[in-house]
Design a protein around this ligand. Structure first.
Ligand code: COA
Ligand code: AMP
Length: 634
């Protein structure tokens, strides 16, 4: 069957489609049905089945004779080391770590925070939690202590698994002091922290709370897999929303296993045994789904890459890893390809490697611009597939199902809706738009398996954020259109979320921090275009009356504050003092107009603007820092 038939089957009889897909997963008790309607637009999948995520990702393959196959390759140009772990070795290590967690009193349903760099132990930590039914929440290493504290208070972990340090080019990230600081700040205190001491930096352990990662495993009984219900949370992953409080996306076990398994062949063209590589970070959803779970669930070899696209040591690193480890399908963010292209525009590095193993490049996480797609296609000589998804969905909403049937690529479109996703374009009043017409992108409920059933301890917020605006639909927060061939185009976010180097960030969160600066009366953060990172945050600050300090001093303090509170990943480097902010008559800041002016794009004068003259002021101010180079008003 081709894509059309499969997609139509998923729409016509979702129950049959997803029960058949569930057969690929090992259940200790198969579910009696796929969809559980919990009323009021809440849904769960496979709720009454019993299974285990770690069993499906690890033990099952050992039992099926894949024990000697490499499960994880760690390739770390930043430390100059490489290592391999087979499925059997992974099983032994994960069972021991899970045993250590059990010995510390962690059991099914308890939360465990994981704060780790790109080392195999990060995956072992996730799998050890899954093994005993503990709910992990991985926090990205580029966040500051304050962000970690917010997550500790929200999910109240019994244990934290962390490394002594992470490594960025030219600097060591001191994880342990960040962790200690976060625990001091948080109201909730974990019972125990297991610390992986890395050679690059050994951390001081706090007696009575911290244990050495390996010492904690000495003499413990390896833990067996605990069967959990299909609707048991596998993990919580915090993502940026419109406010400073991150949203705890919940992933249920059953749907997560079924959906991810389906994607490995049908989207990523991998057969069990193939090497698959997602160059992302375990702290993001791509890392959860495609560095850890999906390749392992499907019996592939996954690569944990500790390095950057450039500078570790050069712009040929990606191509070296693909060639050396025989990578079949490669997944990264467009920004990473832009970084390589900027350093090596002629693709000379690529000539040094035999890339005949590679079938395709997959891009996601942010808009893939045509230049980047074309350059990557020309340089690599393989198809480049853009695909669109979100932390909330956990896998592709729209993509090219190349393993099922490679559809013609239309540059600028991530291609078509995947099975189970009834993607529609709606106008403000919720009416479906015609092909080619722009609107909000919404997905008719229920969402397919593997997508978020709710937010952690925040079902009201879940409804308000996603289900209220368009009753009966999930609101994606993206705007775009569908063409006459059913191809989807993603144009912009409809909220205050921006995407910087493939990292999802909240301008609202940055505004909350800037507003707390004593000299700042009012502020707005917008995402302006950036040639490398796609978008970059820019802060406009209105000072408190009477403040008479040098503007440069205040903006530097603001830049420092955002780095301290959110972390370096916010990449907040530009702030500008302005007299006033452009607003509507009802007081809403016209952020989208500011972006257009900064990017020097044509814009329509907002009908509701309070004082049009202010736009010239803003433009003049932006020009002083290199933006808004030309007049752009229609
Ligand atoms: N731990 C600690 N700090 C981190 C970090 C981590 N895991 N990841 C990034 N940072 C820091 C960086 O060192 C940088 O610090 P600096 O301001 O002192 O230079 C800051 O956060 C901003 O990082 P980033 O926006 O990534 O910029 P960069 O200049 O370091 O790198 C790219 C640019 C394009 C090379 C890099 O962003 C990249 O590889 N992006 C791919 C994105 C990706 O994989 N996204 C996942 C979704 S698919
Ligand atoms: P995240 O939750 O970090 O994966 O970010 C999800 C958001 O990133 C989406 O809602 C989009 O705004 C954007 N995004 C992800 N993939 C794409 C893509 N292929 N094209 C355009 N935007 C994308």
């Amino acid at each position: 069957m081709g894509y059309q038939e499969i997609y139509a089957a998923s729409m016509a009889d979702p129950e049959k489609f997803w029960m058949e897909a569930a057969e690929a997963i090992a259940w200790s008790k198969p579910p009696s049905k796929a969809l559980f309607d919990r009323g009021d637009d809440l849904y769960e999948w496979y709720a009454d089945g019993l299974t285990n995520g770690c069993y499906n990702a690890v033990d099952r393959h050992v039992a099926d004779g894949r024990g000697d196959q490499v499960a994880i390759i760690h390739d770390s140009p930043i430390t100059g080391s490489k290592s391999h772990l087979t499925y059997s070795e992974l099983q032994t290590r994960v069972a021991a770590l899970a045993g250590a967690l059990v010995a510390q009193g962690v059991s099914k349903g308890d939360r465990v925070i994981i704060y780790m760099p790109m080392v195999p132990e990060a995956l072992e930590a996730m799998l050890a939690c899954a093994r005993i039914g503990a709910v992990h929440s991985v926090v990205f290493g580029g966040f500051a202590a304050n962000e970690l504290a917010v997550r500790i208070d929200d999910c109240e972990p019994k244990a934290i698994l962390a490394a002594s340090c992470g490594l960025e080019p030219g600097r060591v990230i001191h994880y342990k002091p960040l962790l200690d600081g976060a625990i001091d700040m948080a109201r909730h205190k974990p019972k125990v922290c297991l610390i992986l001491q890395r050679d690059q930096e050994r951390a001081d352990l706090i007696p009575g709370r911290d244990l050495d990662w390996h010492a904690a495993q000495d003499g413990v009984t390896p833990a067996e897999c605990v069967p959990v219900e299909g609707n048991h949370p596998a993990y919580i992953l915090y993502t940026s929303g419109t406010t400073g409080a991150p949203k705890g996306v919940v992933r249920h076990t059953g749907g997560h296993l079924v959906a991810l398994h389906w994607t490995m062949k049908n989207i990523y063209q991998c057969d069990p045994g193939d090497v698959f590589w997602a160059a992302s970070d375990v702290g993001w959803v791509v890392g959860h789904s495609y560095i850890c779970y999906a390749p392992l669930i499907h019996g592939n070899t996954t690569i944990v890459f500790e390095g950057k696209p450039v500078g570790t040591p050069d712009a040929g690193t990606f191509w070296r890893v693909i060639s050396e480890h025989n990578v079949r399908s490669f997944f990264t963010a467009p920004t990473a390809i832009r970084a390589v292209k900027r350093e090596d525009p002629k693709g000379l590095e690529r000539q040094r490697y035999d890339l005949s193993c590679l079938r395709a490049l997959y891009l996601a996480g942010e808009r893939a611009d045509p230049d980047t797609i074309e350059w990557a296609g020309d340089t690599l000589g393989v198809p480049v597939y853009d695909h669109w998804w979100q932390t909330e969905t956990g896998y592709t909403i729209a993509g090219n199902p190349a393993g099922l049937e490679a559809l013609p690529v239309k540059i600028g479109s991530p291609t078509v809706a995947m099975p189970g996703y009834d993607v529609q374009i709606l106008d403000e009043a919720g009416h479906p738009q015609k092909p080619g017409e722009l609107g909000a992108i919404a997905i008719k409920l229920p969402l397919p398996p593997g997508t978020l059933p709710t937010l952690w301890n925040a079902t009201d917020r879940f409804r308000k954020s996603y289900l209220t605006h368009f009753p009966g639909y999930y609101e994606t927060g993206d705007a775009g259109m569908i063409d006459a061939d059913g191809y989807l185009y993603i144009m912009a976010r409809t909220d205050d979320v921006i995407n910087v180097a493939g990292h999802r960030l909240s301008t609202g969160a940055m505004e909350e921090i800037l507003a707390a600066h004593p000299d700042v009366a009012e502020c707005a953060v917008v995402g302006v275009s950036d040639a490398l990172k796609g978008q970059a945050p820019l802060g406009l600050l209105c000072l408190t009356k009477g403040v008479n300090r040098a503007h440069g001093e205040i903006t530097s303090e603001c830049v420092k504050l955002v780095r301290e509170k959110i972390g370096p990943v916010a990449a907040f480097k530009n702030a500008l003092v302005v007299e006033r902010l452009p607003k509507t008559r009802s007081g809403k800041i016209l952020r989208a107009t500011v972006v257009k002016i900064a990017d020097n794009e044509p814009f329509k004068m907002p009908a509701t603007i309070d004082d049009p003259a202010i736009l010239d002021e803003i433009k003049n101010a932006l020009q002083t820092i290199g933006y808004a180079k030309d007049k752009g008003s229609e």
